[in-house]
Design a protein around this ligand. Structure first.
Ligand code: ZN
Length: 346
C-alpha cells in the first residue's frame, strides 16, 4: 500500500508518500480502506519530535481518518466488511482504575494513534475495534474523516471538564482552528454566550457564522481588555485555551470570579508565567483535558453525522502533498480542517 511516512524527525521535507507493507489486522482489529483523513496540530508536533516519545520508524502519521471496513479480526463483533467507520484515536487499557471508572482519557497507559504509535494516513489501516465509530452512509468522507479528534476534544473540554452551563459566558481562542471552531459550535449549542478570538477579520466573520456572539481580533486588540469591556468588568465563566504561552496570562485575566480555564494544548509554548495570586484571590480553576471517553465520542459525533455540527474543510489534498498540508497548519493559513486523501482515491 501507499502511506504517508517519515524515517526521522525534522522539517516538512522528511515527509514522504510511498510504499509500505500492507497491515495485517490482529484479532481485535479492523482493516480499514481509508477514504479520507485530516491533519491536526499534533501531526506537526509528532513530525518534529516530542520529548519522551520514541517512534518506531518509519512512522505513519495521522490520528483522524474514515473509510470502509475491508476485513475484521476473529474477535471483532461490532463491524463487518462494507461498514463505514471513523477513527477515534485515543487508546486506553480498559483495566486500570481510571478506565474502570469510565475515565479512559486518564488511563495510565493512554496513547494516541498517530502520535505514539503508527497512525492512519495510508491507503489501509489496521485499527483496534474500540477505536472505530460507525458512520452513517450519507456522511461525506471529508466530514467523517476530519471530525473525530477536534470535536471530541472540544466536547469533553467544555462539557465534562469545564462544566459549561447554558447562559454562562465562554471565551474560545483560535476560533478558526480545528478545536476552536468545534468549541464555538458546541458552546453555542449548549446555550452559552460565546466570545471568540481570531487573527483576521475573515476568520472572525467565520467564527460569527458558526455561532460566536462576540468576536475579538487578538492581533489588533488586547483581548483581556476587550473581555473586561464587553462583560462590564465581570469576565467570562470559562476560557478554552489551546494556544498556551501567548494567551495564558490574559486568559486568566479574562476570567470572572470562580472562573475556569480549560487547556488541551500549548501550540505557542507550555511554560507561561502564572499569577498565582490571581488564581487564589479570584478562586479560579485551572483544568486540563485531553481527548474523550467512548461515550463522549459517540455523543458528539452523532451530532456531527446529523449535521448539527459541521467540521469546516479548509482544503483537500492528495496524501502525496502531506508536506503542503503541514505548511497550511504551521502558517495558520485559512480556517478549518486540512483533509488528505489517498492519491489512488482521487
Ligand atoms: Zn487504563
Amino acid at each position: 500500500m501507499q502511506a504517508v511516512q517519515f524515517d526521522e524527525h525534522g522539517d516538512r521535507d522528511v515527509l514522504e508518500y510511498g510504499e509500505f507493507p500492507d497491515p495485517e489486522p490482529d484479532d481485535d482489529e479492523v482493516l480499514v480502506d481509508v477514504k479520507a483523513g485530516a491533519l491536526n496540530h499534533l501531526d506537526v508536533w509528532t513530525r518534529k519530535g516530542l520529548p519522551g516519545i520514541d517512534l518506531d520508524f518509519p512512522h505513519i502519521p495521522g490520528s483522524d481518518a474514515a473509510g470502509v471496513v475491508e476485513a475484521v479480526g476473529d474477535d471483532v463483533t461490532r463491524f463487518e466488511a462494507g461498514d463505514h467507520v471513523a477513527v477515534s484515536a485515543g487508546v486506553s487499557c480498559g483495566k486500570c482504575e481510571f478506565c474502570r471508572h469510565g475515565e479512559e482519557p486518564m488511563c495510565v497507559s493512554f496513547h494516541i494513534l498517530g502520535e505514539h504509535v503508527r497512525g492512519v494516513h495510508s491507503e489501509l489501516a489496521a485499527v483496534p475495534e474500540d477505536n472505530l465509530v460507525p458512520v452513517p452512509d450519507h456522511v461525506d468522507w471529508e466530514v467523517a474523516g476530519s471530525a473525530s479528534l477536534v470535536f471530541q476534544t472540544a466536547w469533553r473540554m467544555l462539557l465534562t471538564r469545564g462544566r459549561l452551563a447554558p447562559g454562562e459566558k465562554v471565551l474560545v481562542h483560535g476560533a478558526s482552528g480545528g478545536v476552536g471552531h468545534a468549541a464555538v459550535q458546541i458552546a453555542d449549542y449548549v446555550g452559552a454566550e460565546v466570545y471568540a478570538t481570531a487573527s483576521t477579520e475573515e476568520k472572525l466573520s467565520y467564527a460569527e457564522e458558526v455561532g460566536a456572539d462576540h468576536v475579538i481580533n487578538y492581533e489588533a486588540d488586547d483581548f483581556a481588555g476587550e473581555i473586561r469591556d464587553l462583560t462590564g468588568r465581570r469576565g467570562v465563566d470559562v476560557v478554552v485555551d489551546h494556544i498556551g504561552a501567548a494567551t495564558w496570562t490574559d486568559s486568566l485575566k479574562s476570567l470572572a470570579k470562580g472562573g475556569r480555564v480549560v487547556t488541551c494544548g500549548a501550540t505557542t509554548g507550555g511554560r507561561p508565567e502564572t499569577d498565582i495570586n490571581r488564581i487564589f484571590w479570584n478562586q479560579l480553576e485551572v483544568i486540563g483535558s485531553t481527548m474523550a471517553t467512548p461515550g463522549e465520542v459517540d455523543d458528539v459525533l452523532s451530532l456531527v453525522w446529523d449535521g448539527t455540527f459541521e467540521p469546516r474543510i479548509r482544503e483537500t489534498l492528495p496524501m502525496s502533498e502531506a508536506a503542503r498540508a503541514h505548511e497550511l497548519l504551521e502558517n495558520r493559513e485559512g480556517f478549518g480542517k486540512v483533509v488528505v486523501i489517498p492519491d489512488s482515491e482521487l
